[in-house]
Ligand binder design. Structure first.
Ligand SMILES: Cc1cc2nc3c(=O)[nH]c(=O)nc-3n(C[C@H](O)[C@H](O)[C@H](O)COP(=O)(O)OP(=O)(O)OC[C@H]3O[C@@H](n4cnc5c(N)ncnc54)[C@H](O)[C@@H]3O)c2cc1C
Length: 344
């Protein structure tokens, strides 16, 4: 490692790697520091919306599976949303990491693994006693961001999640499915089939619910109801922080989950991470650039969160009231179109 870089990026997830690729392509010296040995694997369901392919972040060949439809299960009904083109897809995070790593390396970014950034100063970081200076520092270090903590930015909005990766009986899970039943949890459950495994999980926002939630018990109850066996599998949990409070703080930036660029409704964050990474890179290259794509993703995020806050609020007044209204509206084709436009 050199003693000075134009940009140091903490974290080699989708946000950090998309940012590194654009910066390196434009001639900036970039150092990416990743605490894990392997780049890619992370607690995540790996669901992608059509946006990712439309904007050419990934091609359809890279993904595990594509789906022209997905199912929304409510207490008494199930709605299927369909299109002639793929609406959603799944990708293995290991593979996503490998693809993005290769692209960033090809453009000339320097990437070091097994380095956990702990000590940050105004214009440098200290790694194993070595001081490395930067012009810009980027926090791409996920929901528990060290850079965010250094900047003194509080995190109040989080989603609590649980997930199993199920490798057996993969033929049993064929469709991308979401389950809504606020009698069990005022959040949602998901089944996302991949090529070699299925991600089955649940999440909710403690801020949006009046119940005293014991999420593990809720998840077990739902798994039993749906006859999904998880014995001997590892239950994983990871918070999703969606408390966006700006992305530029002097010569430091926050992107991806570190910046709260996640939908607090659906937990979708891969696309938001890639966009915020790319946009901040452009801002560093040209400080006059005003990041229009960030404004767009913030608009999407706010729409998601507003809709779900209202639904969760109604569910608090009467179990499943919000979900039942959503299910009723999904009987209309015009509403299905709006729903797809907002969420996909
Ligand atoms: C259960 C669950 C399911 C999800 N499902 C989906 C889904 O289906 N679709 C979707 O789009 N999103 C989903 N998400 C969200 C998605 O995982 C994130 O939004 C996305 O990974 C954000 O990318 P990122 O690059 O900002 O952060 P991350 O992917 O978290 O990457 C951050 C990187 O920084 C590294 N790091 C952290 N601290 C340090 C440090 N101090 N020093 C060095 N390195 C550090 C980490 O090891 C990690 O590699 C899910 C999240 C959870 C928890």
């Amino acid at each position: 490692m050199k003693d000075k870089y134009d940009v140091i990026i903490v974290g080699a997830g989708p946000a950090g790697l998309s940012c590194a690729e654009v910066l390196a392509k434009n001639g900036k010296s970039v150092l990416v520091l990743e605490k894990n040995k392997k780049i890619g694997p992370k607690v995540c369901a790996g669901g992608l919306t059509a946006r990712v392919e439309k904007e050419r972040f990934l091609s359809l060949q890279d993904v595990d599976k594509t789906f022209n439809s997905f199912k929304l299960h409510f207490l008494k009904t199930c709605k299927t949303l369909t299109d002639s083109n793929p609406l959603v897809a799944t990708i293995d995070r290991k593979k996503l990491g490998e693809i993005m790593l290769e692209k960033a390396l090809k453009k000339g970014a320097e990437i070091k693994t097994e380095i956990k950034v702990k000590e940050i100063k105004e214009n440098s970081i200290i790694i194993n006693g070595q001081e490395i200076k930067f012009d810009y520092l980027i926090g791409a270090d996920g929901s528990n961001s060290t850079v965010r903590r250094f900047l003194g930015i509080k995190t109040k909005k989080i989603l609590v999640t649980l997930q199993y990766i199920i490798s057996q009986d993969i033929q049993k899970f064929k469709e991308m499915e979401y389950f809504f039943n606020s009698k069990i949890l005022n959040g949602y459950f998901w089944i996302f089939p991949h090529k070699n495994f299925t991600a089955v999980g649940c999440g909710y926002c403690p801020k949006n619910t009046w119940q005293d939630v014991r999420i593990k018990e809720c998840f077990e109850k739902w798994l039993i109801k749906h006859r999904i066996k998880t014995e001997k599998l590892e239950l994983r949990s990871f918070p999703i922080q969606f408390d966006y409070q700006g992305y530029q703080f002097g010569n430091k930036f926050l992107i991806g989950d570190a910046g709260g660029f996640v939908s607090g409704a659906t937990g979708e964050g891969i696309y938001f991470a890639m966009v915020s990474g790319k946009e901040v890179a452009k801002k560093i290259i040209n400080p006059q650039y005003d990041c229009p794509e960030i404004s767009k993703i913030l608009k999407i995020k706010r729409r998601h969160e507003y809709s779900f806050r209202k639904i969760n609020f109604l569910n608090n007044i009467f179990p499943n009231l919000g979900f039942n209204i959503l299910a009723f509206l999904l009987n209309f084709r015009w509403f299905k179109k709006i729903f797809i436009k907002i969420f996909i």
